[in-house]
Design a protein around this ligand. Structure first.
Ligand SMILES: [Zn+2]
Length: 302
């Protein structure tokens, strides 16, 4: 894959990352979480914000955590000239993927209780996990279980009824389709979509945040035990093809990196995603900038 040489992001057009995990540091999940075991580690949060400020980043949307880090950070972000949106914790169905960054619910009644919590805590939007995570040794397969399309519709319907914007972590064609049709405001990751589903996204003005670098960064990572390099490469290739198609048909594609997740550092995530977006469109900066602004408004950002 050709790669543009970047000198790091500064002063470019893109000053927004719509999918970060402030709580994580891109290195070690356990150690990152330990940092906050006695409450959000203010020094760490401030150092991450300072880094973003130095790199000219002004808008950050978080993917949630279950230690109160994001919701705390929301109140100090402005000191760094950053507008920051937090879902507080992400939601997942009990027994399915999502434990590490969120809180679970068992059924719809339970989901309503979680939504009460989020209304009280001042979450800017709701994040829900509607599918598992990719299995990097089996192309197109997922770990962590897949909830049914019918359930996806019911859960997102409940969230929308509370007037929350909704960010949906979802992969696989059928699951993405169900999420878009039930009113998802943004689709996170969205790997393995078919073209018809990309058209649905465009029709519904649902924003796609493809987080290509979250997988792209793993291709050359020698510590990926059990991962098949071909699977990683083909997954990235398919995503680049889909993003190219999406931009061409006018689908709203916004930039999000999954910064903080394994192998994706807060320092260079945006420039890494830009390198990959550049392979999708020579005009990507303009397109992404328009979609970023659209997403921000949709999610109530200032
Ligand atoms: Zn994420």
């Amino acid at each position: 894959m050709p790669r543009r040489i970047t000198s790091g992001f500064f002063g470019g057009m893109i000053n927004q990352d719509n999918h970060i995990h402030l709580i994580l540091d891109g290195k070690n999940y356990k150690e990152a979480v330990k940092r906050h075991e006695n409450g959000p580690d203010e020094n760490y949060i401030r150092s991450v914000f300072e880094g973003y400020k130095q790199r000219g980043v002004k808008y950050l949307r978080d993917g949630g955590d279950n230690m109160g880090v994001g919701i705390y950070a929301k109140h100090i972000a402005h000191e760094y000239g950053i507008s920051y949106l937090s879902p507080d914790f992400a939601l997942h169905k009990k027994g399915y993927y999502g434990d590490i960054l969120g809180k679970s619910f068992e059924d719809e009644k339970d989901l309503e209780k979680r939504l009460d919590e989020l209304e009280k805590s001042g979450a800017d939007f709701v994040k829900i996990m509607a599918s598992g995570i990719m299995n990097f040794s089996d192309y197109g397969a997922f770990d962590g279980g897949m909830i049914g399309e019918d359930e996806i519709r019911r859960y997102i319907g409940r969230i929308k009824a509370r007037s929350f914007p909704v960010m949906v972590h979802v992969n696989s064609d059928a699951s993405v389709r169900a999420a878009v049709l039930s009113g998802a405001d943004s689709i996170e990751h969205g790997f393995f979509m078919e073209k018809e589903t990309i058209h649905l996204l465009a029709e519904h003005e649902c924003v796609w945040v493809p987080t290509i670098c979250a997988v792209g960064n793993l291709v050359n990572n020698k510590n990926m035990r059990g991962a098949d390099r071909n699977v990683l490469e083909n997954t990235v290739k398919k995503q680049i093809e889909n993003v190219t198609y999406a931009i061409n048909i006018g689908c709203r594609v916004a930039l999000g990196t999954d910064a903080g997740s394994y192998g994706v550092s807060h320092e260079n995530a945006i420039s890494c995603e830009e390198d990959l977006l550049m392979e999708c469109s020579w005009d990507y900066e303009k397109m992404i900038d328009i979609s970023n602004k659209f997403l921000w408004k949709k999610f109530g950002g200032k």
